[in-house]
Design a protein around this ligand. Structure first.
Ligand code: ADP
Ligand code: MG
Length: 238
């Protein structure tokens, strides 16, 4: 049987940063692929290039060499409009430090991707429907009682739930999460992992998460290790 076309994959990615005259290689031929509905963790020490790799896979940055493919089609070389569209419609992003807007309430923060996706006119026309969509996803992440709260009024775990709701409101196919539990205590971190696992299992969301925390990685389906710019080992999570 032919293996299924991966949902999202990176092929032979190289990426270096420049510091003055110095070229600092970070990724040196990274291959990684996620099947539809998989939950993969990328582990590696701080500075190993995990964020760099996730940014390349999510089209937040471009590789020097190599390709990123979505369902078999190359996407990293699309014109910027095409990359913007994929970033907005296919990917949801979650970061360690939440990146919520402090002046907006929880529900307004969650609505921001829909504002970005639609014209002002279309957003205004559909605003009741969008609000309902945002409220539903906020309920799904367990924050129904916090709709009108500002980020400063939320705990760390609640902030990350809010950021996950914002990542999901536009119904992405792939969630890219960069150290989503990095600012949380172990207990709250494992609650966030429970949420991510249930989104993966119940809704079939493909998730690629990077973390330096092996205990957290063990809660996903598959672990890949990034060392010295390459994917070096593959382990089945317990
Ligand atoms: P990780 O997420 O695994 O901690 P990063 O991908 O953030 O690693 O960084 C990998 C290496 O690349 C580090 O040495 C970091 O200092 C360097 N680096 C990351 N981003 C930049 C940048 N924009 N400019 C220059 N160097 C960078
Ligand atoms: Mg990082």
């Amino acid at each position: 049987m032919k293996p299924a076309v991966p949902h999202l994959c990176a092929v032979a990615l190289d990426k270096a940063y420049r510091k003055g005259q110095l070229r600092i290689p970070v990724l040196r031929g990274v291959d990684i692929s996620a099947q539809e509905g998989e939950f993969i963790s990328i582990v590696g020490q701080s500075g190993s290039g995990k964020s760099t790799l996730l940014h390349l896979m999510g089209l937040l940055d471009g590789p020097d060499v190599g390709e990123v493919r979505l369902k078999g089609d190359r996407i990293d070389n699309l014109p910027s409009g095409g990359r913007d569209r994929i970033r907005n419609q296919v990917f949801g992003f979650v970061f360690q430090s939440y990146h919520l807007l402090p002046e907006l309430s929880l529900v307004e923060n969650v609505l921001t991707p829909l504002l970005i996706r639609h014209s002002m006119f279309s957003y205004w026309k559909h605003r009741a429907e969008f609000r309902e969509q945002a409220t539903e996803i906020i309920e799904r992440v367990g924050l129904a009682h916090r709709l009108r709260h500002r980020p400063s009024e939320l705990s760390g775990g609640e902030l990350q739930r809010a950021a996950i709701a914002r990542a999901l409101v536009a119904d992405p196919e792939v969630l890219l999460a960069d150290e989503p539990t990095g600012n949380l205590d172990a207990h709250t971190g494992s609650e966030i992992m429970d949420l991510l696992c249930s989104l993966n299992e119940d809704e079939g969301l493909t998730i690629i998460m990077v973390t330096h925390d092996e205990k957290i990685a063990n809660l996903s389906q598959r672990i890949v290790r990034l060392t010295e710019g390459r994917i070096q080992e593959l382990e089945e999570a317990a």
